[in-house]
Design a protein around this ligand. Structure first.
Ligand code: ZN
Length: 335
């Protein structure tokens, strides 16, 4: 395996990851994590298949990019990432990418600390369940929805610790509204060559008013989130009683830009933010606030559902049940 330069090692040791998780990366980067492929090089092993998906030999490359289990975890990430799109990279280059602030910003328009946190917890989750399946013969594997939910809770907690901007207390589940208000949540999902956005409007009882999805020809996560915001802002106009609006998302850039357009961090976002503000100007009053991924999960799940079923437009009558989207039951993960 290619050795890492000093800068990348420093990026690992200086990151805000817990020490145990740094150690996991250290084992991966020295190629001493005892995967079946590493063990098979030293002793006779007949069954070399991955303990979790069973399809291919368990190597670092398989774990990082090709394992079906990991694909599910990554698709459940806040950005709905198809991890096999990175399979052309070596594991070392993948780590170099994750720790390169500029590169992550340029190619994915994401904060590299967030994607590094998610990648690390996903790998740790793989290693935990793979060890359970290998060494504990009485172990019963939980279903993927439960594993994804636990992963996202860990991710939310870790990001709160590692990023000062997340320290403010955030709503962690869909919360009720003052009487007469409407809440608009928006979320995104990415496929290999485009993105999908979704918006859900609910009244103060939590009842669905309208939901819409759209396909967007970009992979830029920030731009996609801004387009999702634009969709959410526009659907409120089709609801007759939509005077007081609360707009919610887990995307800090978009929420900050709505609240303070002059500080929009990215010229790419400006158009979508401006269009959103125009639509919102028809409301009596509106508030935009950042919430955790868990509190916004229904809109992300709806975007993922749209990306799997190629459905766009007003989906109020054909979308999955809101409770199932809220309670993290991505029924399309098993497709
Ligand atoms: Zn596998």
């Amino acid at each position: 395996m290619k050795s890492l330069n000093k800068k990348t090692w420093l990026a690992l040791w200086n990151s805000k990851l817990p020490e145990s998780l740094k150690l996991l990366w250290w084992q991966i980067l020295w190629n001493i994590l005892p995967t079946i492929s590493v063990l098979a090089a030293h002793c006779n092993i007949h069954l070399t298949n991955c303990p979790l998906c069973g399809h291919f030999e368990e190597s670092l490359e398989h774990i990082c990019f090709n394992c079906h289990f990991m694909k599910i975890l990554w698709f459940s990430s806040p950005w709905g990432i198809h991890i096999d799109a990175f399979a052309h990279l070596s594991v070392t280059d993948w780590f170099g990418f994750l720790t390169n602030k500029k590169l992550v910003k340029t190619s994915l328009n994401l904060d590299n600390r967030e994607i590094l946190c998610f990648a690390t917890i996903a790998l740790d989750t793989y290693w935990f369940y793979r060890n359970k399946m290998t060494h504990d013969h009485n172990f019963c594997m939980p279903n993927s929805d439960r594993i994804c939910f636990q992963l996202r809770k860990r991710y939310d907690d870790l990001v709160k610790i590692s990023s000062p901007s997340h320290k403010a207390s955030l709503a962690s589940s869909w919360s009720p509204l003052p009487e007469g208000w409407i809440k608009l949540n928006f979320g995104v999902a990415s496929s290999s060559n485009c993105s999908w956005v979704a918006a859900i409007a609910r009244d103060y009882h939590g009842h669905l008013l309208i939901a819409a999805t759209a396909k967007i020809n970009t992979l830029s996560s920030s731009l996609t989130a801004a387009e999702a915001c634009k969709l959410a802002s526009s659907i409120h106009q089709s609801i007759a009683c939509s005077s007081y609006i609360i707009l919610e998302s887990d995307n800090l850039n978009v929420i900050s830009s709505l609240n303070n357009p002059s500080c929009c961090p990215d010229w790419e976002l400006e158009h979508a933010i401006r269009d959103s503000l125009f639509s919102l100007s028809f409301a009596q009053a509106w508030v935009a606030r950042k919430v955790t991924y868990s509190a916004n999960v229904a809109s992300h799940n709806l975007a993922k559902w749209a990306s799997c079923n190629f459905v766009s437009g007003n989906v109020s009558n054909c979308m999955p049940d809101l409770n199932s989207l809220d309670s993290d039951v991505p029924m399309f993960f098993n497709q």
